[in-house]
Design a protein around this ligand. Structure first.
Ligand code: C5P
Length: 323
């Protein structure tokens, strides 16, 4: 990884995890994906991505990660971003994985989005948010959200996004049970339950929840029924979060991670200690103390990470190497 030491333009960025504050699956679409109504929210748990770029006559992408991920989306993201900018060169990346994988926390999607945001700034190119979103949607349904961060409604496949005013910066506890949920399998299990009548109810309660965001009163995750049925440990963990003082607890994405939102930082810390400190969790289960990350904080984190490479006032970050 010589590029990370010298001669390359480089940056270290944090790729944040997400939770779904609400997730309704309405039905299967002609393209095979499911129509969603969801509220995405970035949280402070993050992977660390080192990324370096040097212009060259052909494109080479090298990636090291500490989790042994086969077919990492980051490499595809780098190639697609360079292609879209019509730039060639060598990209060297190193990923330090902190976000549990296959848990519904969007770690792989966030890593890919991090490449899409950082690489133009390093390579002296620029892609509009619309162009970046098109590339992101090719990589996965959750990837476009990480170009925005904060709180956002996702509809369609989850790639059509509408920023919402930030939810309160709730202190939160994530519990990752070490159970890998197969997402296509979870959608397939859900499909028979999707009826027109329930769609009506879902849309009305989803809308009301968006208006009343953060109270948790009307929030729901349609995957809980099918995934909880298969993994009996998950409802027990959800109850443990509530018993530990969470105002609201739910599974994120298609699971298996759960989150609890707490009224105070002390409350969240106490719950984390209670869960992680021996009395609550099994050996393969992990708990994380996090907070919800609003859009302003998300963007300032990005601007800081790309300072020196980007002109700070513009989102997405614009490169200073642009002619
Ligand atoms: O887009 P992504 O690669 O994350 O999707 C993984 C799988 O999840 C898809 O192949 C599909 O089976 C399912 N999915 C879906 N509807 C969505 C998003 C994902 O059916 N809106």
């Amino acid at each position: 990884m010589s590029g990370l030491e010298r001669g390359f333009r480089r940056a270290r960025v944090r790729a944040a995890a997400k939770i779904n504050l609400d997730l309704r699956v309405l039905g299967k679409r002609p393209d095979g994906f499911h129509e969603l109504r969801t509220i995405f929210q970035t949280v402070s748990l993050a992977d660390i991505v080192d990324i370096a770029f040097a212009p060259g006559r052909r494109t080479d992408v090298v990636l090291e990660d500490d989790a042994g991920i086969s077919d990492n989306l980051m490499a595809r993201a780098a190639r697609l971003a360079l292609q879209a900018m019509r730039i060639t060169g060598r990209v060297e990346m190193r990923l330090r994985k902190r976000i549990p994988m296959g848990a519904g926390l969007g770690g792989g999607s966030s890593d890919a989005a991090a490449v899409l945001l950082a690489l133009p700034a390093l390579a002296g190119g620029w892609l509009s948010l619309a162009e970046l979103t098109a590339v992101a949607a090719q990589l996965g349904s959750d990837v476009p959200f990480f170009l925005l961060g904060g709180t956002a409604v996702g509809i369609g496949r989850g790639t059509e996004l509408f920023p919402l005013p930030d939810a309160r910066a709730w202190p939160a506890v994530l519990v990752a049970p070490g159970i890998h949920v197969d997402t296509p399998g979870a959608y397939a299990a859900l499909s028979p339950c999707l009826t027109t009548e329930s769609q009506q109810n879902k849309i009305v309660s989803f809308q009301t929840h968006v208006w009343d965001l953060g109270s948790g009163k009307l929030a729901g995750n349609d995957f809980e029924t099918v995934v909880f049925e298969r993994h009996g440990r998950l409802p027990a963990l959800k109850k443990a979060l509530t018993r530990a003082g969470a105002s609201f607890a739910m599974m994120t994405g298609s699971g298996s991670a759960l989150f609890g939102l707490f009224p105070t930082r002390e409350g969240a810390s106490r719950a984390w200690r209670r869960l992680a400190g021996g009395s609550g969790l099994l050996t393969e289960e992990k708990a994380y103390r996090v907070s919800l990350v609003g859009r302003a904080r998300y963007r300032s984190m990005w601007r800081r990470a790309l300072a020196g490479h980007a002109i700070p006032e513009i989102w997405p970050p614009r490169s200073r190497y642009l002619k």
